[in-house]
Structures are given as C-alpha cells and as structure tokens.
Design a protein around this ligand. Structure first.
Ligand code: FE2
Length: 385
C-alpha cells in the first residue's frame, strides 16, 4: 500500500459528536461519532473483514467521552460503554470523509477530440507476448483501458477463439445468446446488421441487456482489404460536451426512459434505460446509444418533440468527425473497449472478393476492474520486496 503524504497525525480534538484530526501535511479530517462507532475494528470478522453487526445493533446517538492517541492508533470511548475502540491511524487517513484514497481504476481521462488522436501512437498498445509475460506493462495497459475506455493488443494469432486466451487475464467472459464468442462476418440474410457489409454508425452494444456488457473485445482475424475502417468515440466526453453546450437536452436524455429490444428466434431481450445514465453523484456513468435496437418510444405526445430534439442533437454530435478516431485493425489486432462509454462503428466494406472476419466477446465490468486492482496489488507488493 502506498504511503499517504501527510499520513501522520499531528493533533486531534473532539466533541461528543465528532473527532477532528489535523495531519502533518495540514489537512483536516472529521469523523462523526456514529460513523466511528459503526466502524469499530472489533465488529469485523478477522478473516473476511466483513461486518458482524447490523445497523440496529448500534446506539442511535453515541457520544464520545474520551480520545487518546498513542503509537499508530487512536482510541475512542463512548458514553457509558465500557469497551473502547482502537483505530489504526493509517486506516483513519485512508477513510477520511471526502479525502480518502481513490483507486486509479475510478479516474477517467476524457478524449473528446478523437480526430486529433493517432490510435497507434496515442492509445495503449501491447503485443500479446508482452501482455502475457510483463505484469507491470499489463497493469499500465489495463489502467489505461479503464481510464481511457479503450486499448489494443497486437500479434494475437488469427485462429478461431484465440480471443478467449488473449482476454483471459482481463476478466470474465459473458455468455449470451450470441455465445461466449461471436463472429462478425457477412452472411446472407443476417439476423443482425453487424453481420453484413454495411457501414455501422457509432453505437454501444446490447443496451437491451441487463446488465449491459461492461467491456467488449474484438479480434481481427482477417482484415477487409476494401473499406471496413474502425471508428471510436468517447461517449462520456461527448455527453459532457452536451451537458456544457445544451444542458436542457442533456437533462432530457438522462431523464427519459427508453426501451431497447432485441428479438430473434431464440432470444427476447428488453431493457429500459435512459440514453445517458448518471451516477448518484451526477457523473455520466453510461451511454446507451443503438438506433437499431430502440423500440417504438412510449412518450406522452407533448414530450415527443423535446425528446426527439435532444436525441437528434446527441446523434449529430456523434456524427461530428472531430470527435471520432479512425483506425484500421490489421490481422492479429485486438481492441478492448468500455462498452458503456466508448462508442464504436465501422465504414462499409466489400466482402465479395475478400472476406472480413472478426471475433468478439463481452467481459463483465466488475471482473475487469477487479483484475486491474488485483494486478496493481500484486505489482506493488513485488515492487516493495
Ligand atoms: Fe457493435
């Protein structure tokens, strides 16, 4: 674990309601008495770290009676309770309200002006042999994948299902009605327009699913020789751009439920969500944009015009070339992207003379974040040795 700057306690004071700490670096933290009482180390299972008490076991308004600091710990006593609680100072620093440690996996780097980017130069790339053997470089790559929403691997063998071996260190592959691996190549009478020669506008995959696939991997086994360029855009950055330039439309898209639907002979999938989904903090948490799978909208007639104006405004932003990075996957290239953030599309191509074949799979979001954090833990532990 990294050493926190100013992690040492300088001085403290308390009232019955809270404990205040000033750290060596001058920062201040305040811990509510009830919060401290709920986080007594003794109320956690030693093995799992899981909490052993329920909220109803807590006193409603515990009052701090005494505080003492010694060595690496701070001891707190409450009201007429006999047992004091001892808190590790480093733990208190890490859990400082609002100022606690934020894992790098949760930091986002926006790239609004995609057209200024050269994918091979400005986005994360590793060859498969390095990706497999060098955990430090894989950690850097995975960190960029979660922060920037896209990253590439080269030298993946152009063999069927090689994608599963390649993405194994990244997380858990989702099984869906398309299978664990789906083929993207042109077929007669496709059940999905992805399996044709058509160009596809920028979109996210499978908004009709719940949960929506967190990450998508696409492995290019055979690149098209005529057309078939890949296009990507940062949906979070474009949504934030819309929030700045047209807050009313932004609000409409975050508040209007949209039904997405997919039907085939062996699937009946549907899920309702707004096109732009916010976290409880108000940050953009997901963009769901797939014109092919929006069901007929169920809008009150007097809200139709406002919704369509906002929807059209967002769609026009997604068509702006300055927000798009164009690249072309070559044989053996694999791209991984955040499917709730990074929109993808392609230009049309001709498969009449030369076939194009990609294989894809989806990974669960939590498993990718977990593997990244686990790898960080292992790399930092090895570095400390
Ligand atoms: Fe797609």
């Amino acid at each position: 674990m990294s050493t926190m700057p100013g992690g040492d306690l300088k001085t403290f004071s308390f009232t019955p309601e809270s404990l205040r700490i000033e750290w060596q670096g001058g920062e201040r933290s305040e811990y509510a008495s009830l919060w401290l009482r709920d986080n007594r180390p003794v109320d956690r299972d030693v093995q799992s770290g899981q909490r052993l008490v329920d909220v109803v076991d807590l006193p409603a308004a515990p009052r701090i009676r005494a505080v003492a600091a010694a060595g690496d710990s701070v001891t707190v006593e409450w009201g007429d309770e006999q047992v004091p609680a001892s808190f590790d100072i480093r733990w208190l620093r890490e859990h400082s309200p609002g100022g606690g440690h934020r894992p790098p996996e949760l930091s986002i780097t926006f790239w609004l002006e995609g057209a200024t980017l050269e994918a091979s130069r400005d986005l994360a790339w590793l060859s498969l042999p390095v990706f497999r053997s060098d955990s430090t470089r894989r950690l850097a790559w995975m960190t960029r994948l979660v922060q920037e929403g896209i990253a590439f691997v080269s030298e993946v063998p152009s063999t069927e299902h090689a994608i599963l071996d390649a993405v194994a260190p990244l997380g858990l592959v989702m099984d869906t009605n398309y299978g664990r691996v789906f083929d993207v190549r042109s077929v007669p009478q496709p059940e999905n327009l992805a399996y044709s020669d058509r160009g596809l506008g920028l979109h996210t995959d499978n908004p009709y699913r719940d949960p929506v696939p967190g990450f998508q991997a696409l492995h290019c086994l055979i690149a098209s020789r005529e057309g078939g360029e890949n296009i990507f855009a940062d949906g979070f950055a474009i949504a934030e751009h819309l929030r700045r330039t047209d807050p009313k439309s932004f609000a409409t898209l975050t508040e209007t439920p949209v039904l997405f639907r997919y039907r085939s002979k062996d699937a009946e999938l549907f899920s309702e969500k707004p096109l732009i989904q916010l976290s409880t903090r108000g940050d953009v948490r997901a963009v769901h944009y797939n014109n092919r799978s929006i069901a007929p909208l169920q809008l009150a007639p007097n809200t139709v015009a406002a919704f369509y104006a906002a929807y059209r405004g967002f769609a026009l932003l997604l068509r702006e070339p300055r927000f798009q990075v164009h690249t072309k996957l070559h044989d053996g290239d694999l791209v991984v992207f955040d499917n709730r953030r990074t929109l993808h599309g392609r230009t049309g191509f001709s498969s009449a003379r030369f076939g194009r074949h990609l294989q894809g799979c989806y990974l669960t979001r939590d498993s990718v974040l977990s593997e990244t954090a686990l790898l960080r833990r292992r790399v930092e532990r090895d570095r400390a040795r």
